[in-house]
Design a protein around this ligand. Structure first.
Ligand code: C2G
Length: 129
């Protein structure tokens, strides 16, 4: 059982997120998603449109997702890899290289982002309609 983990805010869920989650699941058999809490987002200077609970419910409805846990700090990745017995860490390549320190514990895979779509773009285009 190859266990995969990925992290993110997943606000205003869109096909770029789904493409990432599908490919992350393809890396193994079980996918854990560490979902940024509202408080952690505030620390990232982000305020998501949907609350943590709303974002969590949407992720849990996705066939590729097996478990959703809270992401509450930048530091938790090392302990998460042990706690959830992770074999593969996956992130979009906008994070290329940023989490290579995890290579001592698990495989680290950066996947190409889906071009042309982002939560920011959705918000901007809706605002300008
Ligand atoms: N993503 C993607 N293509 C897009 C948009 C997002 O592949 N068009 C990927 C991102 O690369 C990331 C995941 O989807 O791997 C979630 O994206 P965000 O919710 O924007 O996550 P982020 O704010 O980057 O938070 O500790 C890591 C952070 O929590 C990541």
């Amino acid at each position: 059982m190859r266990r995969v983990i990925t992290y993110g805010t997943f606000d205003l869920l869109h096909y770029g997120h789904i493409n990432l989650l599908r490919r992350a699941k393809e890396q193994g058999d079980y996918l854990v998603v560490a979902l940024s809490s509202d408080e952690f987002n505030a620390g990232k200077g982000k305020k998501s449109f949907f609350t943590y609970e709303e974002r969590k419910a949407m992720l849990e409805a996705i066939r590729y997702v097996d478990m959703v846990i809270p992401e509450e700090s930048w530091e938790q990745k090392m302990t998460d890899v042990d706690k959830y017995e992770i074999d593969v860490f996956v992130m979009g390549d906008d994070w290329e290289g940023k989490f290579d320190f995890l290579k001592e514990k698990c495989e680290v895979v950066y996947l190409p982002r889906t071009p042309e779509i982002s939560t920011t773009k959705i918000k901007t285009e809706l605002h300008n309609k």
